[in-house]
Design a protein around this ligand. Structure first.
Ligand code: SIN
Ligand code: CO
Length: 440
């Protein structure tokens, strides 16, 4: 088994209601990062072809998923701008997981889960909410520690369901009209009657898809971000709803960042929330710089400070101005190295989430296509391919096939028959590492 760690980005407010991940960014996976390896000699850039083994989203096609808007129209009119209520976004939707399997999953070490129990009032009114007490338990959550199903007012949240349940992974694929670098995960909540996580806001865009039972959402622009004190969750103390919507299975609500919301289960219910990664400027800069500099430490030639003209000093405590200039110059040189920055960014954006493990596989048989493992993160830029925190240089036909793999998460047997020996060797390695699997 190969273990990988570290998640790069994500800002947060409430627990997944927060960073889409509750974990702190971990240290970079590799101590040293060599410049992206070349897997092919540069050729004229080629367009990525659509792979028949995937279902690309048509961004100009009106879709019920977005209330009859096309993804392009949705992005223009609503994304980061205003909410959208979508009745029957996915008609006949089924929860990607049943209750019993969800409870089993929440008990696992490698699954991120939380249990939230309202300890007093369960009545869905602003006053009652303000008075409610809250208990938060981080997973793994044992079946035995769950309150009885008959007890109202509790919620079990499981993040990253797409990493563990193929149906959840497939559901998330419908939202790939947003760049993959921004997609975070699919979280599911199970709630008993009256359950919810309290009025709060998130720093990321979210699609709240009702997959079982009924939930009443009250939403409003964030006018006052003061929080209740003495509770383990970030709950707004002065929430004012502007709209109220009761969502049935198949209905979906899109909310831009910083829209306050409070969802209360009407009877037992399950809600899937598709959330997005929101890099924080300082955090991202810090991570990119750390990784980038680690790559530079490998450089054969180092530039050391020299001061042959340094006179003797009376004030020995004073930092020499030449040393200050040397530092400024070092940082300026660093910022000019766009190559290093872009490699570091792609590697960070594709770092698997904490607790992600891959099970090793075998070399690919001849004549098959491939499909990325749901846990694999794969992106590309103009010169590089990134997967699970590593990078390769690619151009020409190699780049075309690898970009298609990133875009569609699959390559057909036909496309596999056309890849170069270098790419085949790379994909064989990925197969052995469990990053991808043979597909018919
Ligand atoms: C959310 O508010 O982002 C989801 C909460 C829930 O599903 O209960
Ligand atoms: Co929320």
């Amino acid at each position: 088994m190969i273990q990988v760690q570290a998640e790069a980005c994500g800002s947060s407010h409430n627990a997944r209601m927060t960073s889409r991940s509750t974990s702190k960014p971990a240290a970079p996976r590799r101590a040293k990062v060599a410049p992206a390896q070349a897997i092919a000699a540069p050729e004229a850039p080629a367009q990525a072809s659509a792979s028949p083994s995937s279902q690309p989203v048509d961004i100009d096609q009106a879709t019920p998923l977005l209330a009859g808007l096309s993804p392009s129209q949705f992005m223009r009119k609503h994304w980061q701008k205003k909410p959208l209520l979508i009745r029957q976004a996915i008609a006949g939707v089924q929860s990607p997981i049943d209750r019993a399997s969800l409870f089993d999953l929440a008990a696992k070490e490698d699954v991120e889960s939380r249990l939230i129990v309202q300890t007093t009032s369960q009545k869905p009114s602003a006053k009652a909410n303000a008075e409610a007490g809250w208990k938060l338990e981080h997973g793994p959550v044992n079946r035995r520690s769950l309150p009885p199903l008959k007890q109202g007012g509790w919620t079990l949240l499981v993040q990253g369901l797409d990493l563990h349940v193929p149906a959840a992974h497939d559901l998330l694929q419908r939202f790939r009209f947003v760049p993959e670098a921004r997609l975070d995960d699919l979280m599911i909540s199970y709630a008993t009657d009256g359950g919810g996580v309290g009025p709060h806001y998130d720093s990321y865009d979210v699609f709240l898809l009702q997959v079982h039972g009924t939930r009443r959402w009250r939403i409003g622009r964030l006018k006052d971000d003061r929080l209740q004190s003495g509770v383990p969750l970030k709950i707004l103390s002065h929430f004012e709803a502007e709209e109220e919507h009761v969502l049935e299975p198949g209905d979906m609500l899109y909310l831009p960042p910083r829209w306050a919301h409070d969802g209360i289960a009407q009877g037992e219910c399950m809600t899937c929330s598709i959330g997005f990664r929101v890099p924080d400027a300082t955090e991202l800069a810090k991570e990119v710089l750390v990784r980038w500099i680690e790559g530079m430490e490998d450089a054969p030639k180092r530039r050391l400070y020299q001061d042959p003209k340094q006179p003797a000093v009376k004030h020995t405590g004073l930092i020499p101005s030449d040393l200050q200039s040397f530092t400024t110059d070092a940082i300026e040189r660093l910022l000019k190295d766009r190559e290093g920055m872009q490699s570091a960014l792609g590697e960070i954006l594709t770092e698997p989430k904490p607790r992600v493990w891959f099970e090793s596989g075998d070399v690919l048989p001849d004549g098959v296509g491939v499909r990325l493992d749901p846990r694999t993160r794969m992106l590309y830029d103009d010169e590089r391919i990134f997967a699970n925190g590593e990078s390769w240089r690619a151009a020409g036909k190699d780049a075309k096939h690898l970009r298609a793999l990133a875009d569609h998460r699959a390559l057909s047997a036909k496309a596999m028959g056309q890849v170069s020996d270098d790419v085949r060797e790379l994909l064989n390695q990925w197969s052995e590492d469990g990053w991808l699997h043979p597909a018919p």
